[in-house]
Design a binder for this molecule. Structure first.
Ligand code: FAD
Ligand code: FES
Length: 272
């Protein structure tokens, strides 16, 4: 194990500095962590909630000496995290995994749910460097569309397309619908995506049909975060170590599993 991975894998405790409510189910937590301050968009950390569990979370921002993660309440660990207040102690390991590459030309980012968090981090870093930055964000309903104000600031309003399944904000459709039109109309040098795997799979299919480059951040069940336990495998890859960001060639290799099945906590294969 390299010295930098040993350092990243050493558990540090820190206090939650600030908690911001983003939606009825999502909160952003900020804290100080010297190592994660060096993280790049796409990397993740393992957050330990004392006495409960340790969970993988994408780094959503590093700014003014603070690290931020945005967390959706889905089960036991995230419920406990949501119940904490500023000043509470948590444990951090990381940053882990690879990061999105920086494309300089015309880029398109497609986010769904909390998958928008690492893409906002990426968009902030790319906005001054790219020729044109466009963003498509989808959610079930208006309340669940995350970071709309921040995204408008980063990519200028005309380059942000929002969709909701119930039509309460933006276009009433799935995120993939305006995407197909956009990909046929405009030329993009890179498409970045993160979100529910079924969405990622559809976006990958759209880019494959058009022979476009893509980088997708994938989620799998994770325990160790450093490539040892095997719980995060997809095909020949370990998402925590070889990913979480995968390019088109790698996605092609795992297309039999992408959006279809994953390994559950008991080691059996379960449908996604
Ligand atoms: C690389 C990576 C980055 C992630 N980034 C974010 C993020 O930025 N924001 C966010 O809200 N969520 C993120 N997740 C998902 C987050 O880790 C899970 O929602 C969380 O672990 C659920 O824990 P729980 O105890 O609340 O729910 P549980 O009751 O354990 O499970 C609820 C659901 O969450 C999923 N899940 C549970 N444990 C894990 C785990 N260890 N790894 C992955 N999925 C799990 C399962 O599919 C399950 O159906 C990320 C996952 C990965 C792998
Ligand atoms: S989480 Fe253990 S190998 Fe990836």
């Amino acid at each position: 194990m390299s010295t930098s991975l040993i350092a990243a894998n050493t558990l540090r405790t820190t206090e939650i500095v600030q908690i911001r409510t983003e939606s009825p189910t999502v909160k952003t937590f900020t804290f100080i962590d010297r190592l994660c301050l060096k993280a790049k968009p796409g990397q993740f950390l393992m957050l330990w909630i004392p006495g409960i569990d340790e969970i993988p979370l994408s780094i959503m921002d590093v700014n003014n000496g603070l690290v931020a993660v945005s967390v959706k309440q889905v089960g036991d660990a995230t419920k406990h995290l949501h119940s904490l207040e500023a000043g509470a102690t948590v444990g951090i390991r990381g940053p882990f995994g690879n990061n999105f590459t920086e494309s300089r030309g015309r880029v398109l980012l497609v986010g769904g749910g909390t998958g928008t968090a690492p893409l906002l981090f990426l968009a902030k870093q790319l906005s001054a460097k790219t020729e044109r930055l466009s963003f498509v964000e989808g959610a079930k309903t208006k309340d669940e569309l995350l970071f709309v104000r921040e995204l408008n600031g980063v990519c200028k309003e005309r380059n942000l397309i929002t969709t909701t399944e119930d039509g309460t904000y933006g276009l009433q459709c799935l995120v993939t619908q305006p995407l197909a039109t956009l990909l046929d109309k405009e030329k993009f040098d890179m498409i970045y995506t993160c979100g529910p795997e079924v969405m990622v799979k559809k976006i990958f299919e759209l880019t494959e049909q058009r022979k476009l480059p893509i980088e997708a951040s994938l989620e799998r069940l994770m325990r160790c975060g450093i490539g040892l336990c095997g719980s995060c495998v997809i095909g020949k890859y370990r998402v925590c170590k070889d990913g979480p960001v995968f390019n088109a060639a790698q996605l092609r290799e795992v297309r039999d599993e992408l959006g279809i099945s994953k390994i559950g906590f008991d080691g059996s294969r379960i449908p996604i």
